[in-house]
Design a protein around this ligand. Structure first.
Ligand SMILES: [Zn+2]
Length: 548
């Protein structure tokens, strides 16, 4: 049976999203426009490509920047070297990247991809949480927060307030533009999560004036001023509370229980062997000093065969037996921002300053923001691009998917991300590389003698790469591929050979007899690593025709 690439909404797939971001980056003011300078849009897109390809460090990305498909897939005309990229991005205001997030978000809205993520009565569950991603005793910049220790030493660090739309039943999260927690102009005092939340909510309402949100946060945010800020911006909330931090509230609940005002409710999940036990009471004061701030309280025990888990929250939504289970799931879904969203910073950004660099002004924040933007694009694809999901399902893990994606990206000539994903999905032919040896840099030696010369100890013999070509369809019967014309390959390499040979020496060509039949358009060879003198010719991956 034929395997078909699933259809998807094209404007929500990687190629369209990359184009969208590139167009926005081109509108960001670039004060260093001259003929020799790499455009800021190329520097920004290069940083995006680095995080999008999950390059482990800026240096690793830099080493491969001349190869691969950065131009065709990411539209980067000139990829800067690592030093140049840091110099170009350091002065960029992180705020100038905000429209990139809203542009992708609008595409999600256009594709109606957000609608299934509505949590309760058309409200979206928005998780907010602060996280640190950098700390150092020596490296610091103008944006760094700092902590002076008793012994006089100083620790510099960076934090951000992350925000993501989540849903208890949805694996994907939609990150919004994070709010950096950084040194603010004109003050020596450190910025803090609460101030960042105030700034975040103002900007949230500018970006999304009409969206309905239920904000969910941990117990640090359950304080009267923050609850008022949430109300001022038209947001509902489900916030964690702890007995130790909110003793007055728990005393009030106990008093309400004794007065018979507290409702208890139990729900049995026999399939999972779990009992959900609730108690809740509406309209109690949060603390003694601000008795005017009234909240609804709910407490929850998940009683399993082996363990009991306990949680408690306050909310401004009136709690009753019908909605308490849903509200509990909303409160518990908050872990997604830690596990799903911040993992991208923590897994990829371990040793952030070492891997990517810190800069003197904004570089660290710009990199963290672009990393989050790349994560938004990944999550959008995962949510909306059927081809991406099909490849992920086929490979079984994200880690393998990124590994295979990078290998193809750097080893084959590709026109689009779609072509890359199709190659991963359908499979592609691998064959022996056509080696190109430049005798001006390498002494001419007989490769054959290296293979078999008994005078050379076995461990020192060079081995030519073995073909991994495995015929998976009958060459003569497949109706989809035209018969392979080997003369086309010989001709095309001859033309390269004749022009290059006169300039730089002798060329060896190995393994054409293993080349499978290909479409004419895939034959044009491309010479790589000319400067090093040794290379191979890259082709587009040869797609297997799955219907054979
Ligand atoms: Zn810093």
């Amino acid at each position: 049976m034929a395997i078909m690439v699933p259809k998807g909404r094209k404007y929500l797939c990687a190629d369209a999203l990359f184009r969208l971001l590139r167009e926005h980056f081109a509108t960001i003011a670039d004060d260093r426009v001259d003929e020799v300078e790499i455009p800021l849009s190329d520097a920004l897109m290069s940083a995006f490509a680095m995080f999008s390809l999950k390059a482990p460090s800026l240096l690793a990305f830099d080493k491969q920047r001349a190869e691969g498909n950065l131009k065709t897939i990411y539209g980067i005309a000139h990829t800067p070297c690592d030093t140049r990229m840091r110099e170009r991005l350091d002065p960029v205001s992180p705020e100038s990247l905000r429209p990139s997030f809203t542009l992708v978000f609008r595409q999600l809205q256009r594709g109606k991809a957000l609608e299934p993520m509505a949590f309760l009565d058309g409200h979206y569950l928005l998780a907010l949480d602060g996280t640190g991603y950098f700390s150092s005793q020596t490296i610091h910049c103008a944006s760094c927060l700092h902590k002076v220790h008793r012994n006089g030493s100083i620790t510099y660090y960076h934090q951000m307030l992350g925000a993501a739309i989540i849903h208890p039943d949805c694996r994907e999260v939609i990150p919004l533009m994070p709010e950096p927690i950084v040194q603010q102009d004109g003050t020596d005092k450190n910025d803090c999560e609460r101030n960042a939340a105030k700034r975040f909510l103002v900007k949230l309402r500018q970006d999304h004036p009409h969206l309905k949100f239920i904000v969910t946060e941990d117990s640090l945010s359950s304080n009267a001023p923050h609850i008022e800020t949430l109300h001022d911006h038209g947001c509902h909330y489900i916030l964690g509370v702890k007995k130790g931090d909110h003793a007055y509230l728990f005393t009030q609940v106990q008093a309400a229980e004794e007065a018979g005002r507290v409702t208890s409710y139990e729900r049995h999940d026999r399939a999972a062997g779990v009992i959900h036990r609730f108690r809740f009471v509406n309209d109690v004061p949060l603390n003694a000093s601000r008795a005017d701030v009234r909240v609804n309280f709910m407490e929850y025990w998940e009683i399993g065969p082996d363990q009991v888990q306990h949680f408690s929250w306050v909310t401004d939504l009136r709690v009753n037996k019908r909605n308490v289970y849903t509200l509990m799931r909303g409160g518990r879904a908050r872990w997604k921002i830690e596990n799903e969203t911040f993992n991208t910073l923590k897994n990829q950004g371990d040793n952030f300053e070492h891997n990517y660099g810190h800069g003197e002004q904004h570089l660290s924040v710009v990199f963290a923001t672009i990393m989050m933007l790349a994560f938004l694009v990944d999550q959008t694809q995962q949510l909306c691009c059927a081809l991406f999901r099909a490849v992920w399902a086929k490979l079984g893990s994200k880690r393998l998917l990124w590994e295979r994606l990078r290998a193809l990206f750097y080893d084959y000539r590709l026109e689009s991300m779609r072509e890359l994903f199709e190659a991963l999905f359908y499979g592609y032919e691998t064959h022996r590389p056509i080696l190109i040896t430049d005798s001006s840099s390498i002494p001419p030696v007989s490769l054959t003698s290296l293979l078999v010369n008994p005078a050379i100890p076995t461990r020192h013999r060079r081995r030519l790469p073995r073909s991994r070509h495995v015929p998976v369809f009958n060459l003569t019967s497949c109706p989809f591929a035209s018969p392979f014309d080997w003369r086309q390959v010989i001709d095309s390499t001859k033309s390269t050979k004749s022009s290059k040979a006169s300039r730089s020496g002798i060329w060896y060509k190995i393994g054409t007899n293993f080349l499978p039949r290909v479409r004419e358009s895939t034959i044009a060879p491309r010479l790589v690593s000319q400067s090093s003198g040794v290379g191979r010719i890259k082709h587009s991956p040869l797609h297997l025709q799955p219907t054979c």
